[in-house]
Ligand binder design. Structure first.
Ligand code: C5P
Length: 401
C-alpha cells in the first residue's frame, strides 16, 4: 500500500512521542521510507538515536547544523518527501504553522515544503479546547492541512478529555487514505452505523439476545471509513475489533442504542445493521434475580423497543440524507424486504436470507439484494468484507450524486 512512499515524520514534544516510533515501524512494514525530524522538545521524550536506528536514516534535529545543512539542507529535506506527517503535533507546532513562523528546523521545513502535511495533534484537553488552538486548527484546515485525531480519553497529565494522540492504526489508515488519493468520496461526510445484537436484561444475570455477530456492521463501518467517511459505530455487545478510523460507542440495550444514535446526529447517512431486539422486559421487576418457585414458571412481561431505523427515517428536521436498513428474512426475501422498506420509510434496504441453511448469520459470506424506490439489485454471494466495500461505494454514490 505504501510501497516506495517517502514520509517525513516530524516528532514534536509530548509524552506520546514514543508512539511515533511504532508509527515509523508500521509505515516501513508497509513499504514506506521514513525520515525523522525531532524537535528540541521531542528530544526530551525520545532520542535521535532511537529514531535513526528505527528508520535506518539520519534523524534531523538542528536548523543550524553545519553538517546537516551541507549534506541535506532543510529545503531539500522538506521536498524529498511524498507526505509530511507531524506526530505528535503540539499546540506550539500548530500555532507556528498557522502563523508561518520558521525559527527552528521543524517549523522551517513546514514553511518550505511543497508537499501535503498531515497532523496528529496531542495535548492537554484544556490546551486543545483553548480558543487560540481552535482558531489555529480552523486556519490549518482552511490551508488544506489534513488531521487525524485527537482521541478522547485519559491523558498523560491525568485529566480526561480530547487531546490523546490518535492510535497508531488510525494514523496509518489516515496516511494510507491520503495515498489512496481521489478514492475518498466520503471525505467530510458523517455516517452513523449500528451493529451487533442488543442485550435486554431479564434480571441482573439473564438477558434476551440474538445470534448477530456484528461482523457485517463492523465491515461496513470500516469500508465507509476507508472511503474517507467520518464514521460513528454504535455497537451492541460483540467481540469484533474496531476498524481503523472508526469512532466506536458501546451499548447494551436497544434503549441505549437509540440514545447513542440520537447523540451522534447530525449525520449525512445512517446505516442500521444492528439486530435490535424488538422487545424488552417491561420495567417493574424489583431488580432481583428471578427464583424458581412452586408457583410455576415466571411470565416474561414484554414491551416494544423503539425502532431506531423507523425513527431516523421519519425525522422531520435533520434527517440524514440517506437512511439504510437491513432486512434479515427467512422466506420470500425480496417481497418482504420491499414491504419493509416502505413500512420503515428508509431509502435503501439491504436484504438477506438468514434461514438456518444459508449460514449467513455469524458466517463470513453474504448474499444480498439492495432494494430502493427504483428497484432491486441482487448481488452474487460474496465475503462480508466485499459486501461492505460494495455497499460503501453504493452509499458514496448515493450521497455524492
Ligand atoms: O423490523 P426488522 O427488525 O426486521 O427490521 C430490520 C431493520 O430495522 C434493520 O436495519 C435494523 O437495524 C433496524 N431496526 C432498528 N430498531 C429496531 C428494530 C430494527 O433500527 N428496534
Amino acid at each position: 500500500m505504501l510501497d516506495g512512499k517517502r514520509i517525513l515524520l516530524i516528532i514534536g514534544g509530548g509524552v506520546a512521542a514514543y508512539k511515533s516510533l511504532d508509527l515509523a515501524r508500521r509505515l516501513m512494514e508497509r513499504g514506506a521510507a521514513v525520515r525523522g525530524v525531532l524537535t528540541p522538545a521531542g528530544q526530551q521524550f525520545i532520542t535521535p538515536m532511537s529514531v535513526a536506528s528505527l528508520t535506518g536514516d539520519e534523524c534531523y534535529t538542528d536548523l543550524f547544523s553545519l553538517k546537516d545543512e551541507a549534506e541535506m539542507g532543510h529545503i531539500r529535506l522538506s521536498r524529498e518527501a511524498d507526505l509530511v506527517v507531524i506526530a505528535p503535533a503540539t499546540a506550539d507546532l500548530m500555532a507556528k504553522m498557522a502563523h508561518g513562523l520558521a525559527n527552528d528546523l521543524a517549523s522551517t521545513i513546514l514553511l518550505a515544503t511543497d508537499k501535503q502535511v498531515l497532523i496528529a495533534p496531542a495535548m492537554n484537553a484544556e490546551m486543545w479546547a483553548h480558543k487560540a488552538t481552535q482558531r489555529n486548527i480552523e486556519t490549518l484546515k482552511r490551508d488544506g492541512i489534513l488531521m487525524v485525531g485527537p482521541g478522547d480519553g485519559m491523558l498523560a497529565c491525568g485529566e480526561v478529555g480530547p487531546g490523546r494522540l490518535a492510535e497508531v492504526p488510525d494514523m496509518v489508515a489516515a496516511i494510507e487514505g491520503y495515498f489512496a488519493g481521489g478514492n475518498r468520496p466520503l471525505m467530510g461526510k458523517h455516517i452513523v452505523v449500528t451493529a451487533g445484537p442488543t442485550h435486554e436484561p431479564i434480571d441482573p444475570v439473564r438477558y434476551i439476545a440474538n445470534r448477530s455477530s456484528g461482523k457485517q456492521g463492523f465491515a461496513i463501518a470500516g469500508a465507509l471509513a476507508a472511503l474517507g467517511g467520518e464514521v460513528t459505530l454504535v455497537s451492541g455487545p460483540v467481540s469484533q475489533t474496531t476498524p481503523p478510523g472508526v469512532a466506536r460507542v458501546d451499548v447494551e440495550t436497544a434503549l441505549e442504542m437509540d440514545a447513542a444514535v440520537k447523540a451522534a446526529l447530525p449525520a449525512d447517512a445512517a446505516v442500521c445493521v444492528a439486530a435490535v431486539a424488538d422487545w424488552r422486559i417491561k420495567a417493574g421487576s424489583n431488580g432481583e434475580k428471578l427464583k424458581k418457585s412452586k408457583d410455576g414458571i415466571p411470565a416474561l412481561n414484554l414491551c416494544e423497543n423503539p425502532d431506531i431505523l423507523k425513527g431516523l427515517s421519519a425525522m422531520k428536521e435533520g434527517r440524514p440524507a440517506l437512511v439504510v436498513g437491513f432486512a434479515a428474512e427467512t422466506e420470500q426475501v425480496i417481497e418482504h424486504a420491499t414491504a419493509k422498506r416502505k413500512r420503515k420509510g428508509c431509502d435503501m434496504i439491504v436484504a438477506n436470507d438468514v434461514s438456518h441453511t444459508t449460514g449467513i448469520m455469524g458466517g463470513d459470506s453474504n448474499q444480498v439484494h439492495v432494494i430502493t424506490e427504483t428497484g432491486v439489485e441482487s448481488w452474487p454471494t460474496m465475503s462480508k468484507d466485499d459486501v461492505a466495500t460494495a455497499l460503501a461505494k453504493t452509499i458514496a454514490d448515493a450521497l455524492t450524486k
